[in-house]
Design a protein around this ligand. Structure first.
Ligand code: PEP
Ligand code: MG
Length: 562
């Protein structure tokens, strides 16, 4: 983070800060801050004789929430959500649970803690208890409890449920958030933001991926000088060059607009072309693309096809699984836009923080280690899984396509998923609906156990895709969404390359190395891409815009370096 003019800050000074681009683009707009309270909970003991006034403060906050509940719920949830009344009713029930609220008051009195802390801990314990049950109704109530907790905290800290800043909700909103959480990205989308700026460095987080797919220019690693930017301050986000300009002058706006590339860089389709290493080895580059509208990038960057399409993004934005026809239309549009190049569609990887209110999701106390991805489908919502498989089988009936299963750990996971696939195929067959009988089935290798068990898993799959983001987080036991733990995710710390060497050895022993794809942030780094080639991997899944840089880097790599 660099400040060009650190000494003379005044509200109208132009200041340029640098950060890390997540999604490219240039936009001028007005700052609006994320409305969710980010301040840490005060864990100090209450000052003497404060308990009764603290209990009163909590009562006032609860009353505020009760009065403004409908508007607040509408703001948090998708507008026009048909379930709004039900959600509001469920929230009222929680707020009227005297036994529960009296328990929180008691804690304030006997343990002398601030109301925010007593609320947070009581609500978290209640939500965690519910989210581990197998009853989907009760699990959905856990989301209600989290929402109500957030509302009470907001009212306690702010005295109202009003957003911190309500200026600039117009078409030029630039959303400023300390966090890179899926929930903050969804709030930005609902606010119709044209750009996203965050202090967090967790660019490989799911929220970072969601931003990339959302198409709005986004910058990470931006710390705004304290008190300098208010709601309504003009900002220029130049995510092509990793810059944020506060109070941009007219001449800066014109100068930066001029350095933008005009129009698409290459509009002519180019046949797939592998990157060539110094020893002549061909490394295929596959696209990491999540929206049908961006499929042209495969053609303009000479990519072999789409190696990873994260279907869950269409689900996160709306808080429910899209119906079969809607999914079919998205997948069909993707297949058609690829004009014969292959596509790999990953089934919904919901779970951990990749969730939204209303989604079937068993968080538990360790959501990242819980019923995420395929585990969630198999245990909680096999019907949702079958619907998705049906849509994929139908949409790819005339194309070269694969379905990819996230979070496979065990051979039983793969076998259960294949049984569902066979059952859906049989249904389509007997209904005489065209489907893809050659749909390949792939497994994500993102759990260390799967990486160690490739000997048993790979023989029963058509291909495997290593998810280096999750593999690193699970190896280092470091949450990929927590910017403070970023250093633990470096491959030298997590031991990722040691495990990848083992993956390569197991695949080579089966003569299947050419069926292993490498996804996540690792292959997008030129030096790491060279090391991957050195281990013998021949298929890298990358952001299309990075392909030129990677081709150059791979030109000096040797596939025999391992
Ligand atoms: C990964 O984990 O590296 C991966 C490609 O999947 P996602 O980032 O969507 O979890
Ligand atoms: Mg993953």
């Amino acid at each position: 983070m660099e400040f060009e003019t650190p000494h003379t800050l005044a509200p109208t000074n132009e200041v340029c800060l640098t950060g890390t681009p997540i999604r490219r683009g240039l936009v001028v707009g007005i700052a609006r801050f994320d409305t969710v309270i980010a301040s840490p909970t005060n864990r100090d003991p209450l000052p003497p004789d404060r308990a009764e006034s603290e209990v009163q403060r909590l009562q006032d906050a609860i009353l505020t929430v009760q009065r403004h509940l409908t508007d607040h719920v509408r703001q948090l949830h998708i507008p026009n959500n048909a379930d709004l009344d039900q959600i509001v009713a469920a929230h009222h029930l929680i707020l009227e649970d005297h036994h529960f609220i009296e328990g929180i008051n008691e804690r304030i009195r006997t343990e002398q803690v601030f109301a925010e802390r007593a609320v947070e801990e009581a609500f978290r314990a209640a939500a965690d208890r519910l989210s581990t049950t197998r009853d989907s109704y009760l699990r959905a109530r856990a989301e209600d409890i989290r929402d109500v907790c957030q509302a009470i905290r907001t009212a306690l800290i702010r005295g109202s449920l009003e957003p911190a800043s309500t200026t600039s909700t117009g078409p030029d909103t630039i959303f400023v958030s300390p966090h890179l959480h899926v929930s903050s990205v969804l709030r930005a989308q609902r606010a119709g933001a044209v750009a996203f700026v965050t202090e967090s460095h967790a660019v490989t987080s799911h929220a970072g991926l969601l931003l990339r797919a959302s198409g709005i220019p986004s910058l990470a690693g931006i710390t705004l000088p304290a008190g300098f930017v208010q709601a309504g301050t003009p900002l220029l986000v130049d995510a092509d060059h990793g810059e944020l300009v506060i109070n941009p002058s007219q001449s800066t706006r014109s100068r930066l607009q001029r350095r933008r590339p005009t129009g698409p860089v290459v509009s002519q389709p180019v046949p797939p072309e592998p990157a060539t290493c110094a020893d002549g080895t061909a490394i295929e580059l596959w696209g990491n693309i999540d929206t049908p509208d961006d499929m042209d990038l495969c053609h303009t960057h000479a990519l072999h096809g789409v190696g990873l399409f994260r279907t869950e993004f269409m689900m996160l934005a709306r808080g429910e699984a899209p119906r079969e026809e809607e999914q079919y239309n998205v997948y069909r549009k993707t297949v058609e836009a690829l004009r014969g190049r292959p596509v790999v569609l990953r089934t919904f990887d919901i779970g951990a923080e990749k969730t939204a209110p209303g989604l079937e999701n068993a968080g538990g106390t360790n959501p990242a280690l819980g019923l995420r991805g395929l585990r969630r489908h198999l245990v909680h919502c096999p019907e949702e899984f079958r619907t998705q498989l049906r849509a994929i089988l139908r949409a790819t009936h005339d194309s070269d396509a694969g379905v990819l299963l996230p979070m496979v750990t065990h051979l039983d996971d793969l076998r259960a998923a294949k049984a569902h696939l066979l059952a859906v195929r049989a249904e389509l067959e007997s209904a005489e609906v065209p489907y893809n009988p050659k749909l390949k089935i792939g497994i994500m290798i993102e759990v260390p156990a799967a990486a160690l068990n490739l000997d048993t898993l790979l023989p029963e799959a058509d291909f495997a895709t290593v998810g280096t983001n999750d593999l690193a987080q699970y190896l280092a036991a470091a949450d990929r969404n927590n910017a403070d733990l970023h250093a633990y995710l470096a491959p030298e710390v997590s031991g990722l390359f040691t495990l990848l060497k083992l993956v390569a050895a197991q695949a080579r022993a089966q003569n299947r190395l050419q069926e292993i794809y490498i996804a996540g942030a690792l292959p997008t780094d030129p030096e790491h891409a060279r090391r991957l080639a050195g281990l013998g991997f021949q298929k890298l899944i990358v952001d299309p815009e990075l392909s030129t840089v990677l081709r150059t880097a791979l030109a000096s790599a040797r596939a025999t370096q391992a």
